[in-house]
Each structure stands twice: as C-alpha cells, then as structure tokens.
Design a protein around this ligand. Structure first.
Ligand code: ADP
Length: 489
C-alpha cells in the first residue's frame, strides 16, 4: 500500500516511455517516410521537367543528337544516383541512362500508362515490371507544340529513400531517449523532494497515532513538505501539551475541591466528637457554610467554562445598552463596597450606549472584573468603570487602585486556576477561573481584552465590544447622550 504513489510514478514513466516509442515507431515513422518520399520526388520532378523542357524538346525538334542526350543523361544520372529515361507515349524507350537503347532494337515498356501516377507526379513500385526492386519513379511530360511527345522519367531506388527516412527516424529515437533520460531527473527529484519526505511524514503520523507524541519529524525545508512537517510537528506538540494541561487541570480541580471538603469534614468531626464546644458551633457552622459557598462558586465556574468551550460560538447577539448594564452590575456590589468603604465611579458616554453582543455573558465579564477589582483593592479606595466609543468599537474599562499584578504574572492570570502568589493572602476564596471565563467570552465575540497594571498602584482591564448601529438613530444633542460621571456607591 505504502509504495503505491511511487509505483504509480514508475508506471507512469514506463507508460510514457512505451507510448513514446510506440508513437515514434508508427506515427512518426510514417510521417518521416512520407516526408522523404515527397521531398525526393519534388527534387526529381524539378530535374525531370528541366530535362523535358531542354534536352528532350531539343531531341524531338532534332536540334540535338540522340547520342548527345544519351551522354548527358548518363552523366546526370551518375551524379544524381538515379536512372533517367526518355520514353514515347506508346512506351518506347528512347533514352536510358543505365543502358543506351540499341537503335536497331526497339525497347518497349509493356502496358506503359502515364496515368500510373494518378493525381501525383510520382509512383512507387517496379514500374510496369521494369525493375527487380521498388523504385520511386517521377514522370514529367515533354510538351512540344502543345502536344505531349513523350515523358522524362527519373527512377530512384526506393531502398535509398527508405534508408534516408530511417536515418531521420533514428534522430527521433535519439531525441526520445534523451527526453526519457531527462525526465528521469524529474523522477529523481520527485523521489528526493516528495516521496522520501512523504515517507518520513507517514512514519511520523504512525508514531503519533500510536501515542508517541514526542517523536521528532526529521523533515526540514521551506517548501510545502517542510511546512506540512512543521505543522504536523506543531500539532503533535500541541496535543502533547494538551494532554499535560488536562492532567494539570484535573489535579487542580481535585485539589480545589479537596481542600474545602477536608476543612468541612474537619470542623464537622470536631463538632461531633466535642473538640469544638457547642457554644462555638455557630461560629464554625458559619465557616463550613463559607466553604460550601466556595465549592458552589467553583462548580459554577467550571460549568460556565465548560459550556463556553463546548458551545462557545452559540452567542445570543442582541443590541442593548451597556451603560445600563454597568450601572446594574455596579449596584449589585453595593453591600461589599459599603463594607470595604470602596467607591465605584462610572464615567459613561451618556445614558445610552448600545452594543451588539451577548448581554448575559458580557454581564458575567463585568461581574468578574469588578469582583476582582474589589477583592484586590484596599479599604477606602476607588474603582472606575469607563465606557468610550472609537472607530465602531465600544471600549469598556475597569480600573482599580489595588495591589496590581506583577509583570511576570500578567500573561498567566488568564490561565485556568492561576492565582498569583501575591494575591493568595488577600483572596482565599478565589478559584483562579474568573479571568479564564472573561477571556473565553471576549474571544467568542471576536473581541480583545487587555491589561495595564502596576504592582502597588492598581490594574486596568479594558475590553472591546461591537458598537451597535442603533446608536446612529440617537439624537446626539439630547442631554441624555452626553458624557456623565457618576459615583454609584
Ligand atoms: P480568582 O477567582 O482567583 O480571582 P481570576 O481568574 O479572576 O481568579 O484571577 C486570577 C488571578 O489574577 C487572581 O488570583 C489575581 O492574582 C490576579 N488578578 C485578577 N484581577 C486582579 C486585580 N484587579 N488586581 C490584582 N490582581 C488581580
């Protein structure tokens, strides 16, 4: 099976060679022979008409002796390697360059018929049984006083013409052999640059299929094969890291579930065996409740992430007022903010700013970002949520004056379960899934989210959304649509 492609190429090459030889042996050979025949007969005819118009006419007009013509024809035929006849319409031979006719003895070509050439001026054959072997015979009429007095006939050995045609055909064969040898180069190129790399790629795919994702693919180069090999290698590497990621993910999930469960179990056991006195039960039940809250949050986040991944493209895209949603999200944090004395300031581009997006999911994004901003802000600080419009996009940013994110962590915070060491002390309940969810949602919308953060000074998360065309129908002069700054809490 594996050798099929190579065998096909070899077979194609053999077929090419076979048909090449077949064509030369049949078609080209016939064409060459016909070409030689026509070419020779044209030359002979030219010579025959010249003789008919000069020596032969002179002979019939008795301007020249038969002997002179005979001698001339003999030398001419010697040079041309032919046999020249002058013959009467009745078939009586008058001049024969090969054998001077005896004037006493009439030599007649039996059944001589000048129409033997049919439409042509030449014929091939034994010329009315005058020769043992085939001849090419060319006839030119001798016309004197508008009458055909006879014919000049030049005979040439057909074997000689065949020989000429054969030597021309040999050139065709030589050419064909050269072409076949040259096309061998193509076959060698194909083997080196296509077939061999392909074999290596197939071998690598077999290795990957059998689970050896770390197999190194030894194909290099700038061409399509190199690109294919590189893509395949990249795919294998991605799958290998995917496998590792999956193991890490399960380890993380198990760990995050186990620690609250262990602590719940510990407190409940301590309550049951009396280590925790009954008057402290209420306090520890509160702690247990807190832990169950954490488990619920973790489960919900995992479900959200899973749903986003499996049907991430299924967004309910509608046009809605982002400024209104921001106000609602901010208001939902009122109690937490009051406790931490945090102020949320909204800098919104008017009362109404329509975006085209999935409202529920963007609300989740806002919720996660504001939740983080509050979590990582110190008491009595301020959080700013801002909306602006630019080039068909709506920019939404959530800024805090909190602990900030170290440069080295800024790329990793988007990964699942990532919590910077820095923040661990501040947020024991965090799952490390919030920003992964945010990124998945923004990506599903085909939009971007960016982060600017300075440790100790604060962080600013900014994401884009598609601006809705409904905004164009709003009246810009209405005070409702002017920028507003509002301290919501
Ligand atoms: P978590 O549920 O732990 O907040 P996230 O995915 O939302 O998970 O955040 C991941 C990590 O990113 C957090 O643990 C924290 O280290 C860092 N982070 C996120 N938002 C902020 C912020 N506003 N200020 C400082 N650190 C932040």
């Amino acid at each position: 099976m594996r050798k099929t492609l190579y065998l096909k190429f070899i077979l194609a090459y053999i077929l090419f060679a076979f048909f090449g030889f077949f064509t030369v042996a049949t078609f080209v050979s016939r064409l060459t022979y016909e070409y030689c025949l026509r070419q020779t007969s044209r030359e002979l005819y030219h010579e025959a008409t010249r003789i008919a118009d000069t020596y032969a006419v002179d002979l019939y007009n008795s301007d020249i002796s038969l002997e002179t013509v005979q001698n001339q024809m003999e030398s001419l035929s010697y040079f041309m390697d032919t046999e020249i006849w002058i013959i009467n319409p009745s078939g009586r031979l008058i001049v024969n360059s090969a054998d001077a006719p005896d004037p006493e003895k009439e030599v007649i070509v039996e059944r001589f018929d000048p129409t033997v050439t049919q439409k042509n001026y030449y014929t091939r054959g034994k010329f009315f049984d005058s020769f043992e072997e085939d001849r090419l015979s060319v006839l030119a009429p001798i016309i004197n006083n508008y009458k055909t007095r006879g014919y000049v006939i030049i005979h040439k050995s057909a074997a000689q013409i065949d020989e000429n045609a054969n030597s021309m055909l040999n050139i065709s064969y030589m050419m064909l052999i050269v072409i076949l040898l040259l096309s061998l180069i193509i076959l060698i190129f194909f083997t080196e640059f296509v077939y061999k790399p392909l074999r290596k790629i197939i071998e690598a795919t077999e290795q990957y299929a059998s689970g050896n994702m770390h197999y190194e693919l030894p194909v290099e180069g700038e061409d399509e094969m190199g690109y294919l090999a590189a893509s395949l290698g990249y795919m294998a590497k991605t799958m290998a890291t995917f496998e590792d990621d999956q193991k890490k993910f399960i380890a993380n999930v198990s760990h995050d579930f186990r620690s609250p469960l262990t602590s719940i179990r510990g407190f409940l056991e301590a309550m049951l065996d009396g280590t925790i006195p009954p008057e402290m039960h209420e306090h520890y039940l509160g702690v247990v409740l807190n832990e169950t809250d954490r488990l619920t949050k973790l489960t919900n986040s995992l479900l959200t992430l899973n749903n986003l991944n499996t049907k991430g493209m299924l967004l309910q895209m509608t046009d809605w007022n982002i400024n209104d949603v921001i106000r609602k999200v901010a208001a939902s944090f009122e109690q937490v903010c009051l406790r931490k004395e945090i102020r949320i300031r909204l800098i919104l581009s008017g009362e109404i700013l329509y975006v085209h997006a999935d409202e529920e999911k963007i609300q989740q994004v806002l919720y996660n970002l504001v939740d983080n901003a509050i979590k990582f802000s110190s008491r009595q600080s301020e959080i700013e949520i801002e909306t602006t419009e630019k080039g068909g996009k709506v920019f939404v940013s959530v800024r805090d004056n909190g602990i900030g994110i170290p440069k080295d962590d800024q790329n990793q915070i988007w990964e699942r379960f990532y919590k910077s060491d820095h923040s661990r002390g501040k947020d024991k309940k965090g799952t490390g899934l919030g920003l992964s969810i945010v990124r998945e949602i923004i990506r599903a919308h085909g939009e971007n989210i960016s982060l600017v953060s300075t440790p100790g000074a604060g962080s600013k998360f900014t994401f884009t959304l598609k601006r809705s065309e409904l905004n164009d129908e709003l009246d810009d002069d209405d005070p409702m649509y002017k920028d507003i700054i509002q301290d919501i809490i």
